[in-house]
Structure formats: C-alpha cells, structure tokens
Design a protein around this ligand. Sequence first.
Ligand SMILES: C[S@@+](CC[C@H](N)C(=O)[O-])C[C@H]1O[C@@H](n2cnc3c(N)ncnc32)[C@H](O)[C@@H]1O
Length: 192
Amino acid sequence: MKELSQIKDYASKNSVPIMFDEGIEFIIDYIKKNDVSFILEIGTAIGYSAIKFAQINPNIRVFTIEYDIERYHEAVKNIVNFNLDDQITVFLGDALNFNFTEKFDLIFIDGAKSQYVNFFEKYKNNLKKDGVFISDNLFFHGMVENPKLTQNYSTIKLIRKLKRYIDFLKANTEFETTFYEIGDGVAVSKRK
Ligand SMILES: C[S@@+](CC[C@H](N)C(=O)[O-])C[C@H]1O[C@@H](n2cnc3c(N)ncnc32)[C@H](O)[C@@H]1O
C-alpha cells in the first residue's frame, strides 16, 4: 500500500497543489470536535485531503469534485489504494455544474480561487442547519496582504479575486466568518 508521504512526493514532483499540513490539521480537528460525518470537497487534486478526512473514522463520507482528468484518475487510484472507495466518491467535472440534493456538515472550498464566491453561492443550500464552509488559501502565500510580492499579471488578478471573496465574506449578512492565520489562511463560515 502507498504511504501518504508518497502522495505528497507525487504532488510536489508534479506541481499539484495540496493543503499545507497546518491547514489540514485544523480541519481534521474541526471534524473531530464537531462530529462532522458528511463532507463535500470542491477541488480533489489527487485525493490527499479527502483521504486524510476519511481516515479520521469509518463513518465519514466524502464527496469530492475534480475537473482535471489526470488528477481525477490519480485520486481514484490513491483512494482505492487506501481502501477508502466506500467512504470517498470522486466526481469528475466542474463543481459549478453539479446539482446535489444532499446536505453536508462541511463544505470545503479548495478549487479555483477565482470562483470562490460562485462556489459559496451555489452550495450554500447544501449545508445542514449547523453546517459550515471552510475555505483555504485566503492568504495566497502572503500575497493577499502584500500584493507587491508578485509582478505576475494572472497572479495579481487572482489575488484581487481572493480579496473580493474576503470582502464578500465580511459583508455577508447570512453567514458569520472567522478567519484563521493557519496554513495558507483558512476561513470558517457559519450560518448566523
Ligand atoms: C488546491 S487543489 C486541491 C487540493 C486538495 N484539496 C488537497 O489538499 O489534497 C485544487 C484543485 O481543484 C481543481 N479545481 C479547480 N476548480 C475546479 C472546479 N470548478 N471544479 C472542479 N475542480 C476544480 C483543480 O484542478 C485542482 O486540482
């Protein structure tokens, strides 16, 4: 059986972005403390975070969505390798095109940064009454706070979109958001 460290090595060799350890430990702790059992993840990559969540206990179910076909296949392979295919379902396609009727305890937003507001709006009715959104990468390697760290035009555009998402969360009248300086910046949004 593959080790989780091998998945991390694959990610680093193939430039696949996966969650920072600190951020993932924060979510694992949240899952344990809040009896989370049904998770929707937007952005599977190669299955690393979904595997970490499912390993917490056998009652946890994870739906996870990935639109990159190579990453999707790698994720499915990894999940089968960890014998977690009865707990984790990977969906291939754009998260903005799915319509789930299920209600989740936790929706983890980790897809394209430019679409965070759209993911939030699309999936807010798929949260259980006490369910939460957790969003990752809100610091974007310190660049959201300090945009001068990059000269790259597409990165500058992306940072602007993340800033807009942060403003959207702060101004949201339906959800209360707490921002954590953990990993690459994590936000937890709960219905008021
Ligand atoms: C940061 S990575 C996910 C990392 C993963 N959650 C982990 O920590 O192991 C983001 C992934 O989301 C995928 N993605 C981005 N936008 C998406 C969308 N609209 N629908 C489905 N997948 C998307 C990308 O292809 C990428 O693999």
